[in-house]
Design a protein around this ligand. Structure first.
Ligand SMILES: Cc1ncc(C[n+]2csc(CCOP(=O)(O)OP(=O)(O)O)c2C)c(N)n1
Length: 327
């Protein structure tokens, strides 16, 4: 598994990666607390522990590039530049949220920034974003499309169908598998014939790369190379990020979490934010004051988002069927 040493990124950009990863974490810590306090409805799946994957990949993208997410989507939204106020308002079920308060955590989208949506259907996003890859190819402006999905989704039909057609048509795509070793309560070891999802790329004649998904620089470097390849007509790449969710499958208190405690503890020691912080300090690009300043800015933005959400009205019953596209 390639490790990263010195990314070709300015110190400001590296600190920005830390800021984004910390924003995802603080946002979700608050979302989890508010969910369990009964202020947030529906289901909340946290991305805590996997932040390096979304931030590493999205740092290699431009605003016009498109991504699609999963049921665990807050990290992808934030890394692509979504507005915290509208995200929090959506979680709080308010009219000012991204889906006017009617979608919740699993349906946040912002087409203006190329975020085509979280998706509650496991593997459902893979086909949507492959269509966006075809659109990018037809537009001819050098855009790329990125599919984020889990190890569980990699066992579903859309993964195979879409990789086949994307490889055949050389679509400008990245397929990013966030292999956190578990699909809800089921271990990947019980459901995958081979440990590396990336190995399946050979069946479609495209590169398949395994990276340390907790090393944001390694993810960035792999994504950057794949983006270059996609933009220059080389076709799709499958990148498997080995990572881990630090929380249970959802934030609902009392749910079963059958994962092995030793495994959880080992991955807690590989925390992606602690790793980046340590490296920035070693490079002389971060000190205590710098970190406090980043944390202070994030907490201020988060408090503003909570205040915005709490001050916003709930949707009205007469708007229940507005924006519903169904026959
Ligand atoms: C089509 C479909 N089948 C089953 C589910 C129930 N479900 C929700 S999340 C999940 C596990 C997904 O695992 P993975 O793709 O590895 O993502 P992770 O939760 O690990 O991020 C399942 C089975 C669903 N939402 N959609």
């Amino acid at each position: 598994m390639p490790t990263s040493l010195s990314p070709n990124l300015a110190p400001d950009k590296q600190r920005e990666m830390l800021r984004q990863m910390l924003t995802i974490r603080r946002f979700e810590e608050r979302a989890s607390a508010d969910y369990n306090a009964g202020k947030i409805y529906g289901v909340v799946h946290c991305y805590i522990g996997e932040e390096a994957t979304a931030v590493g990949v999205c740092t290699a993208l431009g605003r016009g590039d498109r991504i699609i997410s999963t049921h665990r989507g807050h990290g992808h939204c934030i890394a692509k530049g979504a507005d915290l106020n509208r995200m929090m308002a959506e979680l709080y079920g308010r009219q000012t949220g991204y889906c006017k308060g009617k979608g919740g955590s699993m349906h946040i989208a912002d087409f203006g920034i190329g975020m085509l949506g979280a998706n509650g259907i496991v593997a459902g996003g893979i086909s949507i974003i492959t269509g966006a890859g075809l659109a990018a190819q037809m537009e001819g402006k050098g855009g790329v499309a990125v599919s984020f999905f889990g190890d569980g989704a990699s066992n579903a039909g859309p993964f195979h169908e879409c990789l086949n057609i994307a490889a055949t048509w050389k679509l400008p795509m990245l397929y990013v598998c966030e292999n956190n070793l578990h699909a809800a309560q089921t271990s990947a070891a019980q459901t995958h014939a081979l440990p590396d999802v990336a190995g399946r790329a050979a069946g479609y004649g495209i590169p398949g790369i395994v990276v340390d998904g907790n090393d944001v620089f390694a993810v960035y470097q792999a994504a950057n190379a794949a983006v270059d390849r996609a933009r220059s007509g080389g076709g799709p790449t499958l990148i498997e990020c080995k990572t881990y969710r630090q929380r249970a499958h959802t934030e609902r208190k009392g749910q079963a979490d059958p994962r092995d405690k030793a495994e959880v503890d080992a991955w807690m020691r590989k925390d992606p934010i602690a790793l980046l912080e340590r490296r920035l300090r070693e490079q002389g690009e971060l000190d205590d004051a710098g970190l406090q300043s980043i944390e202070g800015d994030i907490m201020a933005a988060l408090e503003a988002a909570i205040a915005f959400a709490e001050a916003s009205p709930f949707p009205l019953p007469e708007h229940a069927t507005d924006d519903v596209f169904s026959a």
